[in-house]
Design a protein around this ligand. Sequence first.
Ligand code: AMP
Length: 366
Amino acid sequence: MKVGILGGGQLGHMLADAAHAISLETLVLDPKPDAVAGQVTRHLVADWVDESALAELSQCDVVTYEFENVPAEAVECLQHDTAVHPSPDALVISGDRIIEKNFFHDLGIETAPFAQVDTREDLDRAITEIGLPAVVKTRRFGYDGRGQAVLRSSADVDAAWIELGGQALILEGFVPFDREVSLIAVRGREGEIRSWPATENVHEGGILHISRAPAPDVSDDLRTQAESGLEAIMSRLDYVGVLVVEFFQIDGRLVANEMACRVHNSGHWTIEGAPTSQFENHMRAVAGLPLGVTDTEGFAAMVNLVSDVPSMTALKGRDGISLHVYGKSAAPGRKLGHVTVVAPSREVLETRIAEVLGVVGDRSAR
Ligand code: AMP
């Protein structure tokens, strides 16, 4: 069976590796000639809407994606000839923060207060309604903290408007969260849902820095809130594949920030830390294979390598430490690799994380 993948970054690379391990073939489409998935699978270097590339991709038994901003017409074209999972509706919803937050509301999933902002008058009105502090974000194409500005006081509004005005925007109330938590789940073609332990995420400058799984101190109630949110989303969309929702935790409640209808950076620890990785289960789901086990023993963490890859000789061969370097060219704010840590106890996990941060640098300490 052959699975087409739209997008050939590190997520595509890790999806292709997982697919090959369970005897699935893969084919990637990505306009970038140096897309890193091309290191491990055949790579069509062509525009997203290139007719002959789409024709070749539509020969695959199923097509999925690791990149969310694929033009809708490319997906529509593929759907004529083959199955596309997850549902392209999910792509439309997660691709626009206003549509996404309205969707959460329809399903009874709590979000920060929000308002649509197209003009400067809208922004002033939204600030009066929602209050400050608040966060103004582009509705589309924002990632890793790009395309957003925190408004702490009215003195910040003009500069934010100069930076972001003229695009479709959203104003969100600032959530004074206790921590950030994500839940990753997978739904098979027959509707079976499995999820991994909730993950606690620490961001630096809007970019994921460290994930820890299972997140410490997750009560049954918190776990149920997260699971029922994902189940509601997946059932509504007849979703097939891996889905992640990023939540803010505040006073024992979960407030949804955003969802990604693909494998996710906060689930990279599952490669070494779980019986079945998010990548393998995504491939299993879209290919219609039985899902692998997600119940996880032990403790895991992931440290992102951002902007540069330091020398990691000191970490090579160390117990419970695995290095992943993507082979991308360095650039400020770019995710270039990650280090996974696994351990039999939380104490050992923290010792190993400290060891890793000692070598790769602690972005939160800079
Ligand atoms: P996002 O691109 O929406 O994932 O935002 C990147 C990061 O900015 C989040 O992980 C949070 O740390 C922070 N952030 C985003 N939106 C809010 C909000 N409404 N309130 C507080 N912090 C936020």
